[in-house]
Design a protein around this ligand. Structure first.
Ligand code: NAP
Length: 508
């Protein structure tokens, strides 16, 4: 984001746009001030947030000062002990109230998301339900965050472990899933007993602030849930240098993740990182081509390709290659590009003009290096953030579209002859988040599941995520896991207790 665009002094009341206000039944969900210590707090300057579908300003958010970030950290720290001392049932009850409040406001939250993020209304509704599912999951799972008893190697001692909340958690989140990337972290932290300070992406702050509004309505204690907005570099510096902040959980690009890891080293924080991906999609030789194409289209074009799980490199057996491309091009005719609020639309804009320019760079680079454009969306594109979904054949590893996380609706396909070679090629990337495999032969499936160096391998299913699964990557795709029972690891510490027995007074 351009942190200098849309700066204004604090001399008027910056409300959200008429469009946002008319779209929502419950307009109080539109909050433009930060949420600190249970209060809405205004900055001295404001930043304009745009609707990516029409580049209109939808509202302004506060650019907080360093002092205000410190206040948020301090309020979270003050809230830590009372919050952790609640019973697990009491914390779970707060979370379940939040869960029901999110679901009750589902339509409004989804509309808000479409207007600030650009995804289709159906995708936004899906994300709200997905996001809420983490709140429920962790409310229930916290009851099972057991310690252990350890068979003792020390005579007359009882050995055990406790799982204890780590303290204040800083959560820094991206714009592509403005709701679920917050709930997946915050629900785990809150359920285990950690207050949170959340820094949402500046392109999509309203979804985060609406979640804070619902937290407020559910009567969470002040300081337990804070949302701060403003300059990313300043805020992350404050969060990383604060000794009160014990955990840093980040979702975003690998480049920013590396920077944050360095900053967090200063105060030795527990870091979890959900970073970029470069997912292979491997079609096995015995796969039905129509089914493979349907799955590849789903795995490629959701959220306009702006998904860390998006299929980035599609490998097809040579003997099915041309048939796959023909069918893929045919299926792409179903795509309707436009404003996500229009129910006919299946693919929304990209987040910014720069993202659309980057997509053009990727296509040009691929064509220069020998790729064929097999299909490209021919309909009208209604603004500079829109990019025509494109099918490229004969993609090669020297092309940027193959090497980089392309984060746009470009499907890059290449033929292969040998499965071992495809597994090796899939692994030749610094990323290791998710991989897809489609086929029947159990031996080939097994070779892929064992051979692919990715945190998540999904066979014959595009849908793979949800509360019960450990989401995360290997290599430079990240550190740690979110969701599942492992989601608590990022926000808790194992305390070992050795309870010995003193000799009695008689010495026996
Ligand atoms: P990004 O540019 O790394 O931004 C993510 C967050 O970091 C935003 O809140 C951003 O704030 C902040 N940020 C940006 N520059 C910063 C800096 N210099 N210092 C500190 N913080 C900074 O990523 P994005 O473009 O929003 O998201 C796309 C990336 O997220 C992709 O790489 C995608 O693969 C990854 N992602 C990963 C997962 C996963 O679970 N593995 C899920 C979703 C997305 P501002 O918005 O204010 O700049």
């Amino acid at each position: 984001m351009n942190h200098h665009s849309g700066y204004h002094t604090n001399n008027s009341d910056y409300k959200a746009s008429h469009e946002m206000m008319t779209l929502l039944d419950d307009v109080r969900l539109v909050r433009n001030h930060a949420y600190i210590n249970g209060k809405w707090q205004c900055g001295e300057h404001f930043h304009a947030v745009e609707n990516p579908a029409n580049n209109q300003t939808i509202g302004y958010i506060s650019m907080l000062s360093e002092q205000q970030i410190d206040d948020a950290i301090e309020s979270a720290d003050q809230a830590f002990h009372p919050w952790r001392k609640l019973s697990v049932d009491q914390r779970a009850e707060y979370l379940m109230n939040w869960y029901y409040a999110i679901l009750e406001s589902k339509q409004d939250l989804a509309h808000l998301m479409v207007v600030e993020q650009g995804k289709t209304l159906a995708e936004a509704l899906g994300e709200i339900e997905y996001g809420a599912s983490f709140v429920r999951w962790f409310a229930e799972e916290a009851r099972r965050s057991y310690g252990q008893t350890i068979p003792s190697h020390i005579q007359n001692a009882q050995l055990s472990t406790l799982r204890e909340p780590i303290g204040v958690a800083a959560l820094i989140t991206p714009w592509n899933f403005p709701n679920a990337m917050i709930t997946r972290k915050a629900a785990a932290a809150l359920a285990i007993g950690c207050p949170v300070v959340i820094k949402p992406a500046s392109d999509t702050p309203f979804s985060a602030l609406a979640l804070a509004e619902l937290v407020d309505r559910c009567g969470f204690p002040a300081g337990v849930f804070n949302v701060v907005t403003g300059d990313a570099a300043m805020i992350s510096k404050q969060l990383c240098s604060a000794t009160q902040v014990k955990a840093l959980s980040f979702t975003g690009s690998t480049a920013v993740g590396k920077r944050l890891l360095k900053q967090a080293a200063e105060t030795v924080k527990k870091c979890s990182m959900e970073l970029g991906g470069n997912a292979p999609f491997i079609v096995l030789d015995d796969m039905d081509i129509e089914q493979a194409v349907d799955a590849a289209i789903d795995a490629k074009f959701q959220t306009s390709g702006q998904d860390c799980l998006a299929a980035n490199r599609i490998f097809v057996p040579r003997r099915h290659y041309e048939a796959f491309l023909t069918k893929f091009a045919e299926s792409m005719k179903q795509i309707v590009v436009g404003n996500g609020l229009d129910p006919k639309v299946t693919l929304g804009p990209l987040i910014s003009v720069n993202a659309a320019k980057n997509a053009t760079r990727l296509v040009n680079d691929a064509i220069e290096k020998g790729a064929r454009v097999i299909a490209q969306y021919q309909g009208h594109l209604s603004g500079p953030n829109f990019f025509a979904p494109t099918l490229l054949a004969d993609v090669t590893p020297d092309m940027a579209v193959y090497r980089e996380e392309n984060f746009c609706p470009i499907a890059g396909v290449l033929p292969y002859d040998d499965l071992e070679q495809v597994i090796d090629m899939s692994n030749e990337t610094e990323y290791g988040l998710a991989a897809y495999v489609y086929g029947h032969n159990i031996h080939d499936i097994w070779r892929c599941m064992r051979g692919l160096e990715f945190g998540m391998v999904s066979v014959n299913s595009v849908k793979m995520t949800g509360g019960p699964i450990p989401f995360g990557g290997v290599k430079q795709s990240g550190l740690g896991r979110e969701g599942s029972c492992h989601g608590f690891d990022e926000f808790s510490e194992i305390k070992y207790c050795c309870l010995g027995q003193l000799p009695t007074a008689s010495g026996s």
